[in-house]
Design a protein around this ligand. Sequence first.
Ligand SMILES: Nc1ncnc2c1ncn2[C@@H]1O[C@H](COP(=O)(O)OS(=O)(=O)O)[C@@H](OP(=O)(O)O)[C@H]1O
Length: 632
Amino acid sequence: MQIRGGRKRKLSQSSNSRSSSSINIVQTNVIRGGKVLLGFGVCLLIWSSFMDDEQNNYYAIDYHYPSLSSTTTFSHSPPEPPNNTPRKEWRTKLIFDFALGPAVEKAKYFGFANRESHQGHNRSDWDLLAVPTCDANGEDAVLSELEIYQRKLPTAILLGVQKGGTTALSKYLFQHDDIERSEKELYVLDEAMDYHLFQEARAGNVAAIKLPRKRGRDLYSQMTMGITQKIKRRSTREQQLGLVRGDSEKRAVDVIPTEEETRKRRLEMRKRFVSKHGRVNKGQRHIQRNPGGPPRRQLLEEGGEEEEENTDRPERSPRGVDDDGSENNAGSRKEAQQQQQQQSNTPPRKASIEAVIPSWDPDEKMKRYFARRKMAYQQNPHKKMVLDMTPNYMMHSDRVPARIECLVPWVKLFCILRDPIDRAISQYDMKMRVVKNAKHNKQDGTSTVLLNGWGNPVPSLDQFVLNDLEALYEVGVLQDWNKVDFESFWDSEECQQAWLKYIHLGLNAPIGMGLYAIQLKPFLDVLEKIHQSPEIAKDHFLALDNQDLRKDPDGTYNRVLKFMNLQPKTLEQYKTTINQATGPDGKRDDMYRLSKATEDRIRIAIKPYNQKLGELLGEEWATKWQSNSASP
Ligand SMILES: Nc1ncnc2c1ncn2[C@@H]1O[C@H](COP(=O)(O)OS(=O)(=O)O)[C@@H](OP(=O)(O)O)[C@H]1O
């Protein structure tokens, strides 16, 4: 702005007074130079400030409870009682906050002034949860088993892994009479707890919580959650029209366009948008799309498919890197906000928690969480096990272990692992099932480009995994193991920080999720810490292999029952998704295939982590996935 202003003045000066002295010219040049420097300095300052911010965002997931202690964190290290707080009170408060607190808030939210009337639960149901889990001296949990069951706190937790076969296993387990039937994925220890803390932060009870932006997801994979709304709408439309979804031939249609094709397409879309609605600043777009014009709904109706593609974009991140990976123009955003302010005379929106997490919908979250907990808290004292099978816990290994220690130290943890490559392919397949209903843009009659809801081409399977591989190298989780000694890296602070940085990027993590050793280590550590004995800790952990579940469902099911100290049982029904989708050998005719080169690259890169898994879980795990046995 300043530079442009300077230029204007210079032009008007030169036209009006040709006879200005050379001193004037020198002065003008000096001023102009100064302004340029000043502008440069300001830009540098802005840039460095939000670069810092970006950095902080990666590491700042520390949840503080000032009411307990300003140093009690719930993420990276297990919380300890603050000074002068009796351990009993401290623990009661934690249990109350985590298990009961959200429930009380929910009751308030749903307008139950009187909790007695709430959905058949009476006050004592809720209050049961608030009973301290330690004795009068503040020593460890003294809840009897019955008390734990009555409280419906989880007695066993399935940590992961996503696409490992959780759905099938949960269907099997819920057939058992001694297992409480609840929804499969509860997200109590990650999302719900995070949500509770957000509520607290909003109320000013805890320090503001920064979460990483979802930039990485967009930057590296382009398969974002943002598209799901659009796809849902489109698929409903397709259903209404009687179109069949899910036929496997469609999977083969994604031909990845060249960069040039992508650029052209974006330009075209932009041109069409501008010709229809006028030029709109990036920053302005989500503030007021069409000042004074027809309402947006009307625009959409007139605009048809193309414009809808463009206008369906969710809000962009407040600052920093844009959804499509390009740098935001912080200046133009500010400008747009100023313009907006002038137009509407309303103050600019303050950065809020919602701004930090763009897609956050508290009401929606609240309802979902409420529904889940309601199921989990069903009053049935006869069931012995309450399961929380949330495959994302494994990936949230920065906060869930501490919460386990603090809240449910008695739990047994189990997981079902799968060949990382097969797992990644399955994840891609899941994403594509959503994406493939997006617009297919016929370009020249021969190639068909599959686009996501934002008009960006979706990556091929190879690209999808390679992008993640690149991210893992970028943050330092993966390195050139010929140059870096994995053994010393594994135990280092550097490794932990790199992993934190990676998970806080919010990626789809097709390869990262397959690094089981690094995810499981904190859970194994916390079990040892809780039980103070490696043997007892071992009894509280079970790792299953997806292949075993495929080949011997009955045997695997009974292994889990034994692990939970439940009576053995023969499975009544095996009907799971495996029958429709995957054969007993894990192969699927319509499955995507990774190129051999990519697969080899990944296997070499993650090999040391697999070997570590052998050290953690037993030798057989070290060599399980050397070659892709499930692929031809
Ligand atoms: N019985 C049995 N044993 C082993 N594996 C099975 C079984 N049933 C289903 N599947 C396969 O599991 C994959 C889905 O995993 P999840 O249910 O964990 O998915 S999710 O994370 O809950 O979305 C999914 O894998 P892909 O078919 O490769 O996508 C299912 O086919």
